[in-house]
Design a binder for this molecule. Structure first.
Ligand SMILES: [Zn+2]
Length: 173
């Protein structure tokens, strides 16, 4: 199936694949399928390094890739690969940080740093995969007190017993 390259941005390690594309897919459809193969296998590829810390955030397009560069600087000498890929159309970027094995030290260097930087870049700490169980304590980096209060009021109005999708999205306090 033909899919236009304009929907895709990939930056793998230090090689910016997207910047090397100089031709339209009408001329080079095979290049399109090569790029899509990379995109569809990139999540699995990270596992070959050992362990992958994954984040799903969004960043305004003017600074779309800055978060990757910031993380590489912050974690210098502590990671195997740090790369971002995803949805240039809506600013959603998937961040993968690969290491030989899970490391609490790296985890502590990543969080809350990544969310602080996303907030500074005026992005959102949660994109297509939602806040879920893992990120309620970080939601204040993207939503202020009044927004959270309104969200809680609406939730309470529609779900007074807290039985719908419990424990997700909104922090307890
Ligand atoms: Zn995605």
């Amino acid at each position: 199936m033909f899919r236009p390259l304009s929907l895709l941005i990939i930056n793998i390690s230090k090689h910016n694949v997207a910047s090397q594309i100089k031709y339209s897919t009408a001329i080079l459809p095979r290049l399109s399928s090569t790029i899509w193969n990379i995109r569809e296998n990139i999540a699995e590829a990270g596992l070959h390094d050992g362990y992958v810390f994954k984040y799903d955030v969004s960043i305004p397009l003017n600074n779309y890739y800055d978060i990757v560069l910031l993380l590489r600087k912050k974690l210098e000498g502590k990671y195997t690969n740090i790369y971002g890929y995803g949805h240039i159309g809506d600013g959603n970027i998937h961040i993968n940080v690969t290491v030989p094995e899970y490391s609490k030290e790296v985890c502590d260097m990543l969080e809350p740093y990544i969310f602080e930087q996303v907030a500074k870049l005026k992005g959102s700490i949660s994109a297509e995969h939602g806040v879920g169980f893992r990120k309620p304590q970080f939601i204040h980096y993207s939503k202020d007190e009044s927004a959270l209060r309104l969200m809680k009021d609406l939730k309470h109005l529609m779900d007074p017993n807290g039985i719908l999708n419990p424990y997700k999205v909104l922090p307890d306090v």
